[in-house]
Design a protein around this ligand. Sequence first.
Ligand code: BTN
Length: 250
Amino acid sequence: MSTTANVGAVTVRGGISSRPNGWDVRHVPETGSTNTDLLEAAERGDAGDRTVLRADHQTAGRGRLDRRWDAPPGTNLLVTLLSTDAGASPSTLMQRVGLAAVAAVEAAVGTSLPDRLGLKWPNDVLLDDAKLAGVLAQRSTTTGAVVVGIGLNVGWAPDGFSSLSSNLGCDVSPAALLDLLLERFDDERDVGERYRERLMTLGRTVRVELPGNRILDGVARDVDPSGRIVIESHGERHVLDVGDVIHLRT
Ligand code: BTN
């Protein structure tokens, strides 16, 4: 793709050696998609485990279910983490990133926000019932490496989304928020229980939009060890690994 930055060539390697826990944080002003770049760099052998690529702007940002992810230059956190750990599952990595994002926001504002801030299945971060951040994992079919990207609305949000600046009056920079997120990611090792604690979807009446324009209405009862959601609908349990969840007001 012509808009894809060569991670190895254009990288600004700010403070690699001074970062705790071996993160190799790279930054580019603009690229197509940090997920695409980091996946390609891993496949070329130009990026190893715990490489992180942040961009100020993406021209082809990728969202879930083949959607776009856009933000004006410099406004939001757009970043991807690479894992080459063969034992790490994409689902667990996404849960860790989502939980780390929640903890990073709470650290940035200096208070916990259990009623306002949390996760929506599978990995959206919600603030005041609106989407603050989305997480997208992709796995290399050749190397098995996994990239997990997060877009978090710091200073700008599309209509219907929330942002740190407008909802919390928080003026943290995307770079500073990333530092907090990487610290918290390493705290979130055993995520299962923590994920459930912050998952605002559990116990809620939900509508799930499934592939093929199918709809399932029910109550979100559980998340299984593979990260699939269990929906109870008309007395039956449905175990889903993909879908768009809407929290219905009861
Ligand atoms: C979603 O649709 O909810 C997931 C959005 C993920 C967006 C992030 S921004 C950084 C990384 N690079 C991409 O192209 N996508 C992810």
